[in-house]
Design a protein. Sequence first.
Length: 557
Amino acid sequence: MEIRTLDDQLSVSGQVTPEELAALAARGVRHIICNRPDGEGADQPAYAEVQRAAEAAGIQAHYLPVVAGKVSDAEARDFGQLLDAIEGPVHAYCRTGMRSTTLWALSRGRSGLAPTEIIRRGREAGYDMSSVVARVAGEGQNHGGLVLAEYDVVVVGAGAGGIACASSLLSRDSTQSVAIIDPADIHYYQPGWTFVGAGIFQPATTARTMASLIPRGADWIKAAVAAFDPVHNSVVLEGCRVIRYRRLVVAAGIKLDWDAIPGLAESLGRNGVTSNYRFDLAPYTWQLVQKLKSGRALFTQPPMPIKCAGAPQKAMYLSADHWLRQKCLQNIDVEFYNAGAVLFGVPDYVPALMEYVKRYDARLNFSHRLVRIDGEARRAVFEATDSDGAKREVERDFDMIHVVPPQTAPDFIRASALADEAGWVDVDQTTLRHKRFENIWALGDVMNAPNAKTAAAARMQAPIVANNLLVDSGHAAGVAHYNGYGSCPLTVERGKIVLAEFGYGGKLLPSMPAWLLDGRKPSRAAWFLKERLLPPIYWKAMLRGREWLAKPVIGEG
């Protein structure tokens, strides 16, 4: 945590973790303000966790969440009024400190602090407040009027899809001017978190600095996107700054909506409540698995779509396999609660999975959606729907529960003109081009093509989008088409995987001949691929524009 001072009362920073509250208290901080909504990042502790740690350290916590890049006048007024109402040193935080600083600048600018002083203090703290000052002064009705730059291609999102696409594009044509917009400092290999939760990978092996991964030749704009203006080929950043593009790629990922389940956010990381869908919680999963010798372990899966639909049951298989090896599985009730109606959406893989369900004596509960959780009481409540559509509530006590939260497109995507009715970027499912705006493409979890949301899917999509960008600009020939390929390595036991590879409509799309690797059967070869080969392929090939086993198909649907 890097603390930056704005005035005698207020300091700001990026995300504060519960472990850092004692240090803030030692500095004399008496109040902390959270300006970051829950669920923005995969490594983000919930506000409830920070609040508990703050109270333990003698700090009063306040929650004023602001969507990245969308600081409203009302929110700035509330922030200023809160500062005026409380005494003593105050520390505010968001993802990077930019929102907190913007709130301060707007509130203080409208209460009389000189514009030059706002800009000076912001600059000394590392934040450019010039466009915010212009907003206070009423200048520039067109998004504040501050255009930073224009690029051939702008990529929104520096996750797996965004970086891979930019790298593939530049490896094909290094003359393109490319910008990648993302506020995060750390990039995560999220497929590795299942193994972290099983004690196979160390957390540090799944994280690298973002700066080390931005491809050579691309500019990294470390900011959050507030809005899109596709009519004027513009992306509006936090602080009312504008980036213009000739072509746009949206790879903004997915939002994990922890708050959608009452009681979940404040229960995470304690009382046996965990999730491999968060970087800091996957190690807690492994702790719980190791400590549990008897009792009841629940594993949940929310309604689709979600990132990596096999991950909820992977956690169950690997946990049960450990208990089986430790000879305590007979003392543990393993239960899987799936909001959907089937174990896996592609029927060809279900027989192999069911063999492991039987091996672990796991109880399957379909059409059961987790609706609330009481961590203190260790009780989960599910809404069960029968074949006639009638609903009832089912309560289950637990000693351990692995929760997968509901998932949506990010807020700034759902509120944009790029989204369909469900909130996802609206693209043609084969070309990945936007259906209404011809110079916009999307890939990865954020778009609405009916494919599995996996890293393997993004690996295939990135070269396709890169190719089609160049075709559109006249620098390549032949439109590439995406067949819906996705892959889900279902870790059914330590050392064996059912390698599901499929495309649109559940069509099997194996990448290797059946005599070498039959994905419908558990195999050690698939485990070797997942454990040893896929991580270096991700870091050294996919994110570097090397299209191993991912060359785009030209002219075929």
